[in-house]
Design a protein around this ligand. Structure first.
Ligand code: HEC
Ligand code: HEC
Length: 189
């Protein structure tokens, strides 16, 4: 019942309906908790205080996020409701969004992924050892907007990821982002 409000945008079972909205199916429970708590608290001191006060969050390691709609939505839920919601979506299957792919860009993207991203985004971005979300099957526009938020500093980027992303763009140019977007859109976990 709690996820009824999410379905209008993120779809049944976390299969998102619009290309600017991320699929949630297949994300880990700790990643979902981190994202929702970051949206709810916004301020990093409040966020860290909330994480420390609850032993269920001992493995949750969120970064501050910018948002168009989610900060407003997340504030409408209590912490225990957020736990139930994260539990539900982490149980849903990964969804590969149906979209056009340029296979030549995707082939270049695969090489970039293997050089710069795979150390954290394993299994084509399906799983990870550092709770890095889901990249495979994700909508291309959501991926590109997220990367642009990271690059202009409006979303906090994990330090070690930042080094590799900057290195990639310096070496291969901004077109590497389109190549990666096409790769993740076409890859399978
Ligand atoms: C009006 C559409 C809308 C609704 C309703 C909505 N979302 Fe979102 N969601 C978004 C958008 C757009 C983003 C990207 C961040 C932003 O711009 O706010 C997002 C991002 C997220 C993310 C971050 C995913 C990632 O890849 O890091 C999570 C988790 C999430 N939403 C969970 C939920 C949950 C749980 C609900 C229901 C309680 C919900 N959303 C309701 C549109 C929506
Ligand atoms: C050192 C580990 C590391 C490397 C290397 C790395 N990332 Fe990440 N990435 C992360 C972590 C951790 C997160 C989750 C951040 C959060 O919770 O806000 C993340 C999140 C993301 C997201 C947001 C996912 C979402 O659903 O909103 C995208 C997109 C992304 N990474 C793309 C990349 C790309 C492309 C590369 C290679 C050029 C890369 N990352 C390399 C650790 C890494």
């Amino acid at each position: 019942m709690l996820t009824d409000n999410c379905v209008a945008c993120h779809g049944e079972n976390g299969q998102s309906l619009g290309p600017a909205i991320p699929n949630l199916g297949g994300m880990s429970q700790t990643y979902l908790l981190g994202a929702m708590l970051a949206f709810k608290y916004e301020d990093s001191n409040k966020l860290m205080a909330a994480i420390k006060s609850d032993s269920d969050f001992k493995d949750v390691n969120p970064l501050i996020r910018n948002s168009t709609v989610m900060t407003t939505i997340a504030k409408g839920y209590t912490v225990s409701e957020i736990k139930a919601i994260a539990n539900y979506f982490s149980d849903q299957k990964l969804f590969t969004a149906p979209q056009d792919v340029n296979l030549s860009l995707a082939s270049d993207g695969r090489k970039l992924h293997e050089k710069y991203c795979v150390s954290c985004h394993k299994n084509n971005g399906k799983s990870s050892n550092v709770d890095a979300g889901v990249l495979v099957g994700q909508w291309k526009p959501y991926f590109l907007w997220t990367m642009s938020d990271y690059l202009d500093g409006s979303r906090e980027m994990p330090r070690a990821m930042e080094v590799l992303v900057n290195d990639m763009i310096a070496t291969s140019g901004v077109e590497s982002l389109q190549q990666l977007a096409n790769y993740y859109a076409s890859a399978t976990p």
